[in-house]
Each structure stands twice: as C-alpha cells, then as structure tokens.
Design a protein around this ligand. Structure first.
Ligand code: PNW
Length: 475
C-alpha cells in the first residue's frame, strides 16, 4: 500500500504513549470464576430487553483466559501502553471487606506480562461494573458507595502499587450517573433524575476520597487522574435561546464534574437550573474540598461532538438525546433541549465523524486546567467489519477516522496542549454495552464463535504509527 515506508509527515513528542484500551466487563468474561460475584452489568445484561439481542458479558472475548495471547498481540503491534480496568467484584465481591487474592492475582499476572513486554499498564479502577450488592444498598445515589469505592481503591493500590504507575479512578462518571440512573440505558437502568444528580456527586466524592487513599498507599512516583467524556457542545445557531441550551448541556455534561474537580465548587447555574429536581442538600460541608484534589493528569475520551438548540416547534420525529433511544432523559431539567447531528459522515454508531472536536476539547482543557498533562484515554469508531475471502479484515474507514483524530491531537499539541499519549478504543472488538456484540470498535477483529483474533488493517496501520512515532502524509 501507499503506506509502506511512507515518510513520517507528522511527528509526536518523544515518549508519547501509543496505547489501546479495554474495560473489564467488555472483554473478560469468566463472570463466575475465582470468587467474582455479579456486578450491575451482569444483572442488567441478563434482564430481557436491556441489551440488544440479549447479549451478555458472560464470555465476552474470554480475555480472562486469553490475556497472555492478548499481551503478545499488543507487543506485536508495537503498543507502548495498555489501559484496562479492574473488575471490582473480582477484588471485593460484596463491595466490602478484605480483598480476594485470586482476583488480584489475575491483574498482577497481567501487569507483570505487560511490563515484561515493555508495555506501560494504565489501570482504571472503575469502568462501570459496580458490585450488585452495593447497588442493592442504593448504589451511587447513596453516599456510602463513595466510601466503599475509596476503600476498594486502597486495596488495589496496595496490591499493584509496586508495579503500576498510572491510575485512573473513574471512567466517564457522566455515563455512570446519567445513563445508569437518568435515562436508564446503562446499568443499573434506573430512571430518576434526582438520583442521577446524587450519583454524579457521589462519583465525584468517590474520586476525591479514592485519590487521597491512593496518595497514601502508592509510591510518590505514582500518577493519579480521572477519565472524563466531556461533551464538545456546540450551539446550532448564535440565537440566545440556542446559546442558553449550550450552556445548560455544558453544565450537565461537563461542569458538574470539572467544577468540583478543578475549582472546588459546583457551578451556580447548574444548581439553579436543577432546583426543581433537587436542593443539592446531599453535598455536605467539606465535600467539594475533598473532591478538589491535585490531578497528575486528565484523561479525555472523545468520539463525536454534540450540537444543541432550544426546543424547535417545527422538529420532526423523536427528540434526539444524543445517547440512544429512551423515554427518559439523561439531562435532568434540560429535556426540552434538542440535539442535532453535527456535519460529517456517520460511523456504525450513527455518531458523526468530526475530528475538530478533539482539538477543541484538548485546547479547552489546556485552558481550564493549565499545567495538568492530558491523555486521550479513548478514541475510536465502530464500523461494519467483515472477514473477507482471504481471512482478512479491511477497514479503511477506521484508518481514516484514526488518522484524522491523531492529526487533530497533533494540531492541539502544536497549539500548546500538553498531550502525553493516545489510547485507541479498543484493542479488541468487545461487548459494546447496550449494543451488545453488534458494534465493533476493535483494531483487532474477534470471531465470537471461535474467539480467534484477526488484526484489522487499522491495527497494522496503527502499529506503523506507533513504531515510527508519527503519522504518514496519507493513509
Ligand atoms: C465509552 N453515550 O462509552 C466507554 O468508555 C467505552 O466503554 C465504550 O465502549 C466506548 O465509549 C464506545 O461507546 C460510552 O451514549 C457509551 O454518550 C455511551 C456514550 C458515551 C460513551
């Protein structure tokens, strides 16, 4: 192809991490092994009607048994980092009490193999698999869950702190709070706007308490951060009502987290916008100070921007909420806002491709959090991948998507963003939450019958990028 030996046109900073990411429930399977108990995603996926085609993570891509082969695959691809998550119910099956050693052993083995291959492990402590017992006790809307999370973080920190440097407390707390407790399209599937706001606060608090515990148990060189999925929100027009819709969604998607994390306070406009839903009395004295901890990095997950307007009387068809079909809104107090498609081709998720959003996101966080390094902890796309007659998977759309988004990262770096690495979502095709196995995000194809792994042409392309440290002039 044109790529072979193509000169590198765009070079990234020395030491830039070339990674890929996964999450425990999406890849591990082995849900009843070695003492693991059900998480909210086991319960949810086994509830008829919640996940497309009734798919579950029972087997997923069997990473719990195939992890050695998967690490070899990463090494073959030349990756320099791997972001994975720890399944809380493997480590602390009831969400309380001492750690289960067999659960920790799995992650110790994985980390040791990564290190042996020269791949930097980046551990996410929570990528949505809350122990079901904690949900039975009220889940994230309950304050106690934040304390339980901090305790669990300490157990994992003690066990892996000698070999893991980079720690992500939470993955995408917006999804946990507002898809899990607001629209109900994610586990645990509750649809209560007040509970969603309480959950957001207790996730923030859990992050703050966990990062304090991690500072205590980890060596000084450890790096502790969080992965957010900010909405890059654009107003459909400059009309005041549309700009106000933008402000309201920015508060509910972004500033509800960055307010306490970066400034030590919830935004006043968020509190007034949601006054009919909650009085925010669940925020106690000292909470926002506990959340406002030093961050060694901010992880940003980006797929597509959002375009919003005030409710249009002439709108045809159902209101898009940007996040799947539900009768219930993930936007408490802002369910009158209309969402529109950004311009651009659609991926298999129906998400428009717009790499400029990633540059904007990185520059926006550079301005909001000066001096804090950034990582793109997820970026990628689902396409309808098929195995051809030669047994290969050719995915030029994904190569174009990745190339354009890496160029967008490079643009942000040139404009002053301190971006230290990029993690492709995902290493492998996997359980795509409410979409089950219907959407393939992997750089590596997985045959769900045989569990055979087939690197797609995008994996070959990405491995050349990783090995050369830059982008070719064209793909
Ligand atoms: C993120 N939304 O999920 C997650 O971190 C990954 O586990 C997931 O596989 C990936 O993005 C692709 O979807 C999201 O509806 C799921 O806004 C849904 C939404 C956003 C992110």
């Amino acid at each position: 192809t044109a790529l072979t030996n193509a000169p590198v046109a765009t070079r990234f900073p020395a030491g830039f991490l070339w990674g890929a990411a996964t999450a425990s429930y999406q890849v591990e399977g082995a849900v009843r092994e070695d003492g693991r108990t059900p998480s909210i995603w086991d319960t949810f996926s086994h509830t008829p009607g919640k996940v497309l085609n009734g798919d579950t993570g029972d087997v997923a891509v069997d990473h719990y048994h195939r992890w050695r082969d998967d690490v070899r695959l990463m090494a073959d691809l030349g990756l320099t980092a791997y972001r994975f998550s720890v399944a809380w119910p493997r480590v602390q099956p009831t969400g309380r009490g001492p750690a289960v050693q067999r659960g920790l052993d799995f992650y110790r083995g994985l980390v040791d193999e990564l290190l042996a291959q020269g791949i930097k492990p980046v551990v996410t402590l929570y990528h949505w698999d809350l122990p079901q017992e904690l949900e039975n006790a009220g889940g994230w809307p309950e304050r106690d869950t934040a304390y339980r999370f901090a305790e669990y973080a300490g157990l994992v920190g003690e066990a892996l702190g000698d070999r893991v440097e980079s720690w992500v407390t939470l993955n995408e707390p917006w999804c946990s709070a507002f898809l899990g407790y607001g629209s109900g399209v994610h586990a645990p599937g509750r649809t209560d706007p007040a509970a969603a706001l309480r959950a957001a606060h207790h996730l923030n608090l859990g992050h703050g308490l966990a990062s304090s515990v991690l500072r205590d148990v980890l060596p000084a060189r450890a790096q502790v951060g969080i992965s957010l999925n900010p909405s890059v929100v654009r107003a459909l027009t400059e009309a005041p009502a549309d700009l106000d819709a933008r402000r309201r969604i920015d508060a509910l998607a972004n500033r509800v987290f960055t307010g306490p994390l970066l400034k030590g306070a919830y935004p006043r406009d968020l509190i007034t916008d949601t006054a009919a839903i909650t009085d925010w009395s669940f925020v106690r004295d000292g909470d926002t100070a506990a959340i406002h901890q030093p961050l060694d990095f901010i992880g940003l997950n980006y797929y597509t921007p959002a375009v919003v307007s005030a409710a249009r009387p002439d709108r045809e068809g159902p209101r898009l909420d940007g996040h799947g079909a539900s009768q219930h809104t993930p936007w408490p107090g802002a369910d009158d806002v209309d969402f529109h498609h950004a311009p651009g081709e659609l991926t298999a998720m129906n998400w428009p491709v717009d790499p400029t959003g990633l540059t904007d996101l990185l520059l926006d966080h550079t301005a909001q959090a000066p001096g804090i390094p950034l990582y793109v902890t997820e970026n990628g796309a689902a396409y309808e991948d098929v195995v051809d007659a030669e047994g290969r998977v050719h995915d030029p759309d994904r190569i174009r998507y990745l190339h354009a988004h890496l160029a967008a990262v490079h643009d942000a770096i040139e404009q002053g963003a301190d971006v230290r690495g990029y993690f492709l979502w995902s290493l492998l095709d996997n359980f795509e939450w409410a979409y089950g196995y219907g959407k393939r995000f992997g750089a590596v194809y997985v045959d769900y019958e045989t569990q055979e792994r087939i690197p797609k042409s995008s994996a070959t392309w990405y491995s050349r990028v990783a090995r050369s440290g830059g982008l070719p002039a064209e793909s």
